[in-house]
Design a binder for this molecule. Sequence first.
Ligand SMILES: [Zn+2]
Length: 238
Amino acid sequence: MSNRTFPEYKPVQISDGFWAIEQNGVRCWLFEGDDMALLVDAGFGGDLKSVVQTLTDKPVQLILTHADMDHIGAAWQFGPVMMHPAEFSYYEMRNGRLPETIPVWEGETIDIGRYCFEIILISGHTPGSVALLEKNHRFIITGDTVGKEPVYMFGNGRNMPAYLAAIRKLKGIKSDFDVILASHGKMNIEPEFLTQLCLLASEICFGKLPQPQPAPAHMPESVKVYKKGDAAFYLESK
Ligand SMILES: [Zn+2]
């Protein structure tokens, strides 16, 4: 695994004890607390641990927003992994053997002192996708569920009706955050964008699909982009 060459991890400091770590189109997040640091996602792979060690000398706990391969690449470097149990079988299906895990459940909080995160289950993009809500600093990390790049909604494990329910759930708590932090594309997304995602997802659920547009050439031929305003999904065309 470690013999492959991966794109470089590039940390960008957002505020005190808070970094985005960019890697060729995907980002993970690092938060330094009083006695420990929390790493959210682990990119495509490569030496993430060394990069993290340049930013904090605290012990690092990894939590996964979900188990797509661009979020778990370097997960093996960080010991037992926090993950929602609804993601376990998806992890195995996509990536083989499940690593040692620490289950995290809806409503649990991860308090590291300077930052305190509430876990919110947002199934749909994957079965056990979670969001991390930080009410004091008024932001939420949503993995791939919210983004201004098309959200991948084709293939095993994707579920559009569940996704719609997840977006409605996020809309229902949007008074708790001022910004959504996305893993791909534009980093800071305004909470109002959830309305656009909700509209497009519900139209798709009720069979009112917009005219499909071509997906990039590297994607399967059956996959198309379904777009309305800034909201977009990659879906299998029927
Ligand atoms: Zn991703």
